[in-house]
Ligand binder design. Structure first.
Ligand code: 3HC
Length: 285
């Protein structure tokens, strides 16, 4: 692997986290968003995290300058043309992702490896839309990216060994531990995590215990950092509902289906931390 320049499409929570760890590892990063204000928001978020780390004595002003100095931003996909690897982290919707990959396929040099950070969509569905099916992988990071150690590196039946090895080497070079997975819905983590979260919502809806009790049970009984309802708020209720729906579509098993309470809360706009309210109220924080 001789990657120098990494493109990141989508500079939201996941994209900016990926950009931060990639830039910190010494790569040049080109981050692309549709609008300039989203690029500025992503950069401000990274700056804030680096300032916090400096305050805690866990980073220096030089570290901050290095990370920010390695990140450039653009609204044009063509500016990613000479990247060695492009990681897509946009909305979880094939109708959004596929046109981006098609445009990147035209713009980027033939050797560029493409990766999607999708949590549950099929890597194969995206790869077949490009002329580089054998150099297309999944690179699934976890939120918050700077903290979570894991990256799932996903291969399809078309991925060639060299591209897969390069993707693994890249993930390790940004300080992550790799779990390799086949292109199967939810890979490893979400396949196991999402039905657990959905089950917790179902049992909460059934009146098993209060939300605090359910969360404390899993935190204190299993040493999880967050209980399932807290974690659903953290990830986003809409995201969990959406992943559950994709899994239900794929496997046709009822335990993946969103419970009525989850659907109603999403409809009401209670999406978790990002909207100020989910199972808990974050409006005053
Ligand atoms: N970005 C970067 N760093 C963050 C952060 C963020 N959003 N939130 C917290 N941190 C850092 C803090 O700066 C702190 O760093 P330090 O140890 O170097 O000082 C460290 O994380 C601990 O933070 P706090 O002390 O503020 O808070 P907690 O101890 O409560 O930890 C947490 C917060 C790390 C989010 C912890 O609660 C946790 O691990 N929760 C579970 C998260 C999880 O399961 N994520 C996976 C979700 S699934 C997923 O992403 C897949 C997707 O496809 C759905």
């Amino acid at each position: 692997m001789n990657f120098k320049k990494i493109g990141i499409v989508g500079f939201g929570q996941m994209g900016s986290g990926i950009a931060q760890v990639t830039a910190a590892a010494g790569y040049k990063v080109v981050a692309r968003e549709e609008k300039e204000e989203l690029l500025q928001k992503g950069l401000k978020g990274i700056e804030k995290l680096l300032d916090k780390a400096i305050e805690k004595g866990k980073a220096t002003a030089d570290d901050k300058a290095k990370v920010l100095g390695n990140i450039s931003t653009t609204t044009k996909l063509e500016d990613l043309a000479d990247c060695d690897l492009v990681i897509e982290a946009v909305t979880e919707n094939l109708e959004v992702k596929i046109p981006i990959f098609k445009a990147l396929d035209k713009a980027c040099k033939p050797e560029t490896i493409f990766a999607s950070n999708t949590s549950s969509l099929s890597i194969t569905d995206m790869a077949v839309e490009t002329s580089r099916r054998s150099r297309f992988v999944g690179l699934h990071f976890f939120n918050p990216v700077p903290v979570m150690k894991l990256v799932e590196v996903v291969h399809t039946v078309m991925t060639d060994d060299a591209a897969f090895k390069d993707a693994i080497a890249f993930a390790e070079s940004v300080g992550k531990v790799v779990v390799r997975a086949k292109d199967s819905c939810g890979f490893v983590v979400n396949l196991l995590l999402v039905p657990y979260l959905i089950d917790a919502i179902r049992w909460y809806e059934n009146g098993l215990a209060t939300k605090e009790e359910i969360d404390n049970a899993m935190k204190l009984g299993c040493a999880h950092p967050m209980g399932p309802l807290e974690l659903t708020d953290f990830i986003g209720l809409d995201t969990i509902m959406y992943i559950g729906e994709i899994m239900f579509e794929e496997f046709r098993q009822p335990h993946y289906a969103a419970p009525p309470l989850l659907k109603r809360m999403v409809k009401a706009g209670y999406l978790g931390r990002k909207s100020g309210r989910g199972f808990y109220d974050y409006s005053k924080k």
